[in-house]
Design a protein around this ligand. Structure first.
Ligand SMILES: [Zn+2]
Length: 447
C-alpha cells in the first residue's frame, strides 16, 4: 500500500478537487444549482463505474450462488403497503403554518419557524417517499412512488427469478440502481442525497442459517472495501442497537467509514428474516414459499441483505485516497487509488506537441487503450500534466521524449506514488505496465 503523508482530509478540499478535476459537479449549476443533487463528470463517472463493476464482479459474476436483475424504478403502489414503507418510512416533522416549510422536531428550539418566524404546528409523521402520478389523471388513484430502495423488486420477483434461474436455496439476487428518499436534511456533499444509487443483494437462505449468513456477508463486505484499497484504520463495523433497527430487521450492522466529518455508514447488512416474502405473499395472494427438494420440505426463506451506497462508496474511496505532500511550490495533491478503482490506469504524455513526437505517442496510446483505461494528454507543460494525473489518481504515466524518437526507442514510465521513473523499451510497454500494476495491487492486498 502506498505511504500516505497526510491523514486529515477536509471536506472542502475534496469538494474543490472534485470540481476542479471533473469528478463531481453541482446539478444545474448554471441555474444556481439544485440543492444536494450532484452530477458525475468525465473522471467521476469512471470512478463510480469502476466501483459498480467491481461490486458486480465480486457479488455476481465471480459466484455461482448469486444472479442479477435490473428492475424499474416505478412499482405497483401495493409493494410499498406490503413492505411497510407507506406506514413506517417516515420522519417526525413539524410544519410552519405560514410558509409551509417542514423541520425535524429535534432541529427547532420552540414553536417559532426558523425561516419566517411563523408558528410551527404539532409534530407529525411525514413519509419520505417521492410521490408522482402515472397516466393522464392527477388523483389519488394514479399515485405512484419512486422506489426508496431497490430491495423490494428482488422480493416481488423472487419466484420469477428462482424458477427461471433454477437456483436452489441458498442463493442471492443482486441489483444496482437508483433510489429516492425525500430527506429533510441532506448534506455532506454526496453522502446524504435525495437521489442515490444502491448496490443491493438479497440472499435467500433456510431459516436457522440466517445468523451464519449474516456474519458471512458482514465480513465479505468489509473485505470488499479493504481489498480495493480502503485502509483498515478507516473502516469499522457497528452493530445497530435494538432501538435503531428498522421494522423489517432482526439484526443490522453498519460498515462505517471515517469521513472528514467523522464515522458514517457506507453499507448496512441486515437480517430481514422472512418479513418481506411473508408480507408480499399475504398482500398479493401469491405463494412465495420455497420447496427444498433436498430436504423435502417447504418453507419461506430468510433474507440477509448487504446494501451498499454507490455514491457513498465513491466518496469514501475518494476521501481515503486523498493525500497532500510537500510544501510551497513542491506541494503535490495525489489520489492514491487502488489501480482497479482509479478512473484511469495510464496516461500517455508526449513531452511536447512537437511534430516528430506525436505519431509515436499516438500509436502508443492506440496500443494501450484496448488494454487499460488510458488518457492522452498533450496540453501544457509536462510537470503540470504529471500533477493533473496525480490529482485524478492515475497510477502510471508513459512519457514520449526526443530520446524515444532519436536514440533508444524507449519511453519513461513514471510512478504516481513515489514519482520514480524508469526507461522501458517501446516494444515492452504493456508488459512493464502490467508488471507495475500487479505489484501495486499486491501492495494493497498483502494476504
Ligand atoms: Zn415559516
Amino acid at each position: 500500500m502506498p505511504e500516505y503523508v497526510t491523514d486529515n482530509t477536509t471536506l472542502e478540499s475534496l469538494v474543490s478537487l472534485a470540481k476542479r478535476r471533473g469528478f463531481i459537479f453541482q446539478s444545474s449549476e448554471i441555474y444556481g444549482g439544485l440543492g444536494s443533487v450532484w452530477d458525475y463528470g468525465p473522471v467521476g463517472v469512471e470512478l463510480k463505474r469502476n466501483i459498480k463493476e467491481l461490486w458486480w464482479k465480486s457479488f455476481v459474476r465471480d459466484r455461482e450462488d448469486i444472479v442479477g436483475m435490473d428492475a424499474s424504478i416505478l412499482m405497483h403502489p401495493s409493494v410499498w403497503e406490503a413492505s411497510g414503507h407507506l406506514d413506517n418510512f417516515s420522519d417526525p416533522l413539524v410544519q410552519c403554518g405560514s410558509c409551509d416549510r417542514r423541520f425535524r422536531e429535534t432541529n427547532v428550539k420552540d414553536k417559532t419557524c426558523p425561516e419566517c418566524g411563523g408558528t410551527l404546528g404539532d409534530s407529525r409523521q411525514f413519509n419520505l417517499m417521492f410521490k408522482t402520478f402515472m397516466g393522464p389523471l392527477e388523483n389519488t388513484s394514479s399515485v405512484v412512488y419512486m422506489r426508496p430502495e431497490t430491495a423490494q423488486a428482488m422480493f416481488v420477483n423472487f419466484d420469477n427469478v428462482q424458477t427461471t434461474s433454477r437456483k436452489k436455496i441458498p442463493f442471492g439476487i443482486a441489483q444496482i440502481g437508483k433510489s429516492f428518499r425525500n430527506e429533510i436534511t441532506p448534506g455532506n456533499f454526496t453522502y446524504r442525497t435525495r437521489e442515490f444509487e444502491q448496490m443491493e443483494m438479497e440472499f435467500f437462505c433456510e431459516p436457522e442459517t440466517d445468523e451464519k449468513w449474516y456474519k458471512y456477508w458482514t465480513e465479505f463486505s468489509r473485505n470488499w472495501f479493504t481489498s480495493h484499497g480502503i485502509r483498515e484504520s478507516k473502516i469499522r463495523i457497528r452493530k445497530h442497537t435494538k432501538k435503531e433497527l428498522p421494522h423489517y430487521s432482526k439484526a443490522s450492522s453498519d460498515i462505517e467509514f471515517n469521513f472528514p466529518w467523522g464515522w458514517g455508514e457506507l453499507e448496512t447488512i441486515s437480517n430481514r428474516s422472512d418479513f418481506d416474502l411473508i408480507s408480499h405473499s399475504k398482500k398479493s395472494g401469491r405463494d412465495l414459499s420455497y420447496f427444498d427438494p433436498d430436504k423435502n420440505k417447504r418453507y419461506t426463506p430468510y433474507v440477509v441483505e448487504p446494501a451498499m451506497g454507490a455514491d457513498r462508496s465513491a466518496l469514501a474511496f475518494l476521501s481515503d485516497a486523498y493525500d497532500e505532500e510537500g510544501t510551497g511550490k513542491q506541494k503535490r495533491t495525489v489520489l492514491r487509488f487502488h489501480p482497479d478503482i482509479a478512473p484511469f490506469q495510464v496516461a500517455v504524455l508526449p513531452l511536447s506537441r512537437n511534430d516528430s513526437l506525436v505519431p509515436t505517442a499516438r500509436s502508443i496510446y492506440k496500443s494501450l487503450i484496448t488494454k487499460f483505461n488510458t488518457q492522452y494528454d498533450d496540453s501544457q507543460s509536462i510537470g503540470r500534466r504529471y500533477r493533473r494525473q496525480d490529482e485524478i489518481g492515475t497510477p502510471l504515466c508513459v512519457t514520449i521524449d526526443f530520446d524515444t524518437i532519436q536514440k533508444d526507442n524507449s519511453v519513461t514510465i513514471r510512478d504516481r506514488d513515489d514519482m520514480g521513473q524508469i526507461r522501458v523499451d517501446k516494444e515492452k510497454i504493456v508488459e512493464a505496465i502490467n508488471d507495475r500494476i500487479t505489484r501495486l495491487k499486491k501492495s494493497y492486498n498483502p494476504k
